[in-house]
Ligand binder design. Structure first.
Ligand SMILES: Nc1nc2c(c(=O)[nH]1)N[C@H]1C(S)=C(S)[C@@H](COP(=O)(O)OP(=O)(O)OC[C@H]3O[C@@H](n4cnc5c(N)ncnc54)[C@H](O)[C@@H]3O)O[C@H]1N2
Ligand code: MOO
Length: 423
């Protein structure tokens, strides 16, 4: 039987998830950088190292509304021995001190304003009493004020040249604050990989169509588009691939010319109309794997053409979802230069029994809950590969390695945290 035979789809060599991931990552190319305005940078991945161009803060700043003083003026000051200090200046935020301070003189100062060079402390209004004598304004102090009080020194947070943000960093509110502080108004970010989505299957109705007996609406395409967006890619929903292999090959080739990556759903098993299995073992595509020792998603398939990846995911919604999270998400993360593109592994206690046995590792959708400071994982009641409804309630994928026995509550399990998980 030559490699073009459709029967190839029955002869599959299953490899482990780790082996499959290891086949993909070296083939992942980086996207280019582009500049976006700061207000559009949220959720993007930083493309370059950002270094502090100046210290922060860059001037000595008052932390309180009060008076800038020379702390030595308050030495030995007490309720029995108060001091009177003359107010000779008023410094608003954004303004500069106008009168140099000398012993016995103070400047009224606002929070965030530049402290006069001669002052070494700020005393807050509440600790002072204002006294007017012979047309001059004084403050009366009854307590010693320590040197440095309420003054933020130059470079307290960052010195000039300090590294601030590394490439590969996801930009959120904290990063936006830093970038704005340093005047980075055009932010170098990684271009979002453009990813084409093809569905297959003549049973699929568009989401606008009324329901028909024997047919279902195409939900995977929209789920995948959402997963792609969440992973940092730009999804493009293309017209479904039909059962004709030659047309399918042409459409895939055209999509490879136009997009950075292709994701298909359905038609990857051994059924009579499962066209993807033949497509990846044919033509110019190099098949990387077509069976993975996992459930759901054992039929997950990957291929490469001219350095671009194609992922043929199962049509079963649960398997499609898991296949994306284990293989497509890391590939997108790799293209964006994210340092750790895989789902984060955490450990939790199993909250209820899991009795299914399997020769492949199971990635069971599950909910996480914290009780009395401990993390518990609850496998979904319905976790079959064709089940759609529990995807929305999942915080993570509970990893159940192959075993001939079930798992009991209290046993420790590894959970792959899903991006939407708030815990
Ligand atoms: N004889 C065998 N049959 C099957 C095997 C096998 O090894 N031998 N594997 C089973 C496993 S495991 C899975 S998973 C599925 C995978 O099937 P496909 O990936 O080829 O997907 P389809 O057959 O096209 O569809 C499966 C199921 O999913 C529904 N579907 C398809 N596309 C969508 C979509 N865009 N949105 C929502 N739902 C979709 C489709 O209607 C089917 O119900 O094969 C097993 N069979
Ligand atoms: O390929 Mo599957 O294992 O039911 O999802």
């Amino acid at each position: 039987m030559d490699k073009h035979s459709p029967k190839d789809k029955f002869r599959r060599k299953a490899i482990s998830v780790a082996e499959a991931q290891a086949k993909i990552l070296p083939l992942v190319g980086r996207t280019e950088a582009e500049y976006v305005p700061l207000y559009e940078a949220q959720g993007r991945i930083l493309a370059e190292q950002i270094t502090a161009p100046h210290p922060y803060p860059h001037f000595r700043r008052s932390g309180m509304d009060g008076f800038a003083i020379l702390s030595s003026d308050t030495a030995d000051c007490s309720a029995d021995h108060p001091v009177l200090l003359e107010v000779v200046d008023e410094i608003a935020c954004g303004a500069l001190p106008r009168v140099p301070l000398a012993p016995g003189k103070v400047a009224r100062i606002m929070t965030g304003a530049k402290v006069p060079d001669e002052a070494d402390a700020v005393v807050m209004f509440e600790m002072t009493e204002t006294v007017t004598q012979h047309g001059k304004v004084f403050i009366r102090l009854i307590r010693e004020i320590e040197k440095g009080k309420n003054i933020t020194n130059v470079g307290l947070e960052l010195a000039a040249g300090d590294p601030i943000l590394a490439p590969g960093r996801n930009i959120g509110p904290g990063e936006i604050s830093v970038l704005a502080t340093f005047g980075v108004h055009r932010v170098p970010v990684m271009k979002r990989p453009r990813i084409a989505i093809f569905s297959t299957g003549s049973e699929l109705l568009s989401i606008e169509e009324p329901l028909q007996d024997g047919r279902i609406r195409n939900s995977n395409t929209y789920m995948l588009a959402s997963q792609i967006k969440e992973a940092g890619g730009e999804p493009y929903i293309l017209e479904a691939i039909k059962d004709d292999l030659v047309t399918a090959q042409r459409r895939v080739q055209e999509a490879f010319d136009e997009y950075d990556m292709l994701v298909t759903t359905g038609g990857v098993s051994v059924g009579d109309f499962d066209i993807m299995a033949d497509l990846v073992s044919d033509g110019d595509l190099e098949m990387l794997f077509n069976k993975v020792m996992m459930r759901p998603g054992s039929v997950t398939t990957a291929a490469v053409m001219d350095g671009k990846l194609l992922f043929a995911l199962s049509g079963n919604p649960g398997a499609c979802f898991v296949g994306f999270e284990l293989f497509v998400r890391p590939a997108i993360g790799g293209m964006l230069g994210v340092p750790q593109p895989f789902l984060t592994e955490i450990t939790a206690e199993l909250g209820r029994p899991y009795r299914k046995i399997n020769s492949f590792t199971r990635y069971v959708r599950g909910r996480l809950e914290v009780r009395e400071g401990k993390l518990f994982a609850y496998p979904a009641e319905l976790d079959e590969s064709n089940v759609m409804i529990t995807i929305k309630d999942s915080d993570g994928l509970i990893v159940i390695p192959p075993s001939t026995e079930g798992r009991e509550p209290g046993e420790l399990v590894t959970v792959l945290r899903l991006p939407g998980c708030l815990l």
